[in-house]
Write a protein that binds this ligand. Sequence first.
Ligand SMILES: Cc1cc2nc3c(=O)[nH]c(=O)nc-3n(C[C@H](O)[C@H](O)[C@H](O)COP(=O)(O)OP(=O)(O)OC[C@H]3O[C@@H](n4cnc5c(N)ncnc54)[C@H](O)[C@@H]3O)c2cc1C
Length: 558
Amino acid sequence: MDADVIIVGAGLAGLTAAHELTSRGRRVALVDQENAANLGGQAFWSFGGLFFVDSPEQRRMGVHDSLELAWSDWLGSARFDREQDEDGWAKRWARAYVEFAAGEKRSWLLSHGLAFLPTVGWAERGDLRADGHGNSVPRFHVTWGTGTGVVEPFVRYAKQAAASGLLTFHHRHRVDDVVVTGGTASGVRGKVLAEDDSARGVKSNRDEIADFELSAQAVILTTGGIGADHDLVRRHWPERLGTAPKTMVSGVPAYVDGRGLEIGRRAGGRLVNSDRMWHYTEGIQNWNPVWPGHGIRILPGPSSMWFDALGRRLPSPCLPGYDTLGTLKYLRTTPDIAEYDHSWFVLTQKIVEKEFALSGSEQNPDITAKDRKSVLRERVLGKGAPAPVDAFLKRGADFVVAGNLTDLVRKMNSLTAEPLLDPDLLRRQIEARDLQMANPYNKDAQVQGIRNARRFLGDRLGRVASPHRLLDPSCGPLIGVKLHILTRKTLGGIQTDLDSRVLGDDGAPVPGLYAAGEVAGFGGGGVHGYNALEGTFLGGCLFSGRAAGRAAAAATAG
Ligand SMILES: Cc1cc2nc3c(=O)[nH]c(=O)nc-3n(C[C@H](O)[C@H](O)[C@H](O)COP(=O)(O)OP(=O)(O)OC[C@H]3O[C@@H](n4cnc5c(N)ncnc54)[C@H](O)[C@@H]3O)c2cc1C
């Protein structure tokens, strides 16, 4: 045998499983199609936002959270409706995960050296219903070091285990199949790919130079989702979200190719909830791309006005930062706009300075470098937009800036094949919204939301601009941002039980086979159901990777 356990995929889920195994003395073969520079997978690129419930950070900011409230939010978002079937294990995973997030998760991560920003973000504010989708309270805790800070201890453990001979890295090894012997997973086989010294995240070659096969007592699949394969995304695009976009930007590197799902299925695993995905509607083309079609997601505060391709304001709850898939559905199912793949934010310089954050470790160099002084200077006390946002304002293909609305709309129209926007239509809607600013009470749901957000200290200090008229020249210039659909997460996947054991079509575990992280729908084949509360993906990789590692270690004892 080449190892006790083979792990396919050196992202966060795989590295977490590896640590659980090697810390229990198991020998691990860690196999990945990419080179050593890519250790950590997507998590390295991530913003490092983690979902905690009733944390000290929340309490210090005056947020009252509880397991009960979080579970109510989770169920309202997930809307599990296949409980006797595809959601059977997903819902059990969901309960276990929310209990983890309200309990041991934070202290377990602290024990691995992670630390969190003192402020808490309010992601997915929801669909405006108490029992509907969304976070009732802020729960998004950003890790010092962003995603690089999340993966750092697990990369370190893997390297230490390699140095001590317990773990062997097999970079540039692409697995094509799990080897199943007598019904039990006993190894993997595939192709060795030619050396490639590309930098992290850059698409690498697929030149095959040799066959390989490895054997072990158990195999763990942690191969990630499908977000980089747009054809696969379109193939699984559900009818309820209307027509799939013709063009999208990629929020994930090219290696998030989805092949691992089929590999799991061929080995006897059951794929469930393939119609559930999590793609963003606030994607922008990266002016400095790393991977093909590289898009960045704007993490918007609540104040930008959101217009469809024909210049009509989106209805509530399609507000910035509220309801990701509700907005996607609106954009893809409304007949006269569904043929267009874009929408628009219109905002002011004052809003961009305070409210635009960009997801990703490289877009947040101050937090990624754990530079506390710089975070305070740039994000709380600073004048002007943070440097990465400013770079997009100056160089981003989707940004236009103008001193007045007529010029702005002319520039916005120049970014589309035909001029679809009527300046008078936009003006009427913006002026009507601006009239709502005169009083602290009003009838506009978005303006009410802005005022509500500013009652939360974290939003008032660093995230939500003070309410102002968009056409007030002292708050300008005006900014238009063309928004694309950005592919990111796969919510369904290989069905697993609470030990991350892969389940077959008959509901029984496939002996020796485990799956964790995004390929397993972050646990159970779809812990999120239809909708996510954010910050739950990294946590899902940690939780399901940990479960897989512990269970595989127990199964290979002695
Ligand atoms: C820019 C960005 C920002 C994000 N921000 C957040 C955030 O703030 N909070 C949050 O919770 N989540 C966030 N996420 C999501 C989160 O990072 C991912 O869902 C998570 O890291 C997935 O980890 P994984 O281990 O399951 O898979 P991956 O990281 O995709 O790793 C899979 C690995 O498997 C390898 N592989 C695949 N197939 C094969 C094969 N056949 N043979 C060999 N190797 C194979 C791949 O090369 C890859 O290295 C973000 C993601 C991105 C990209």
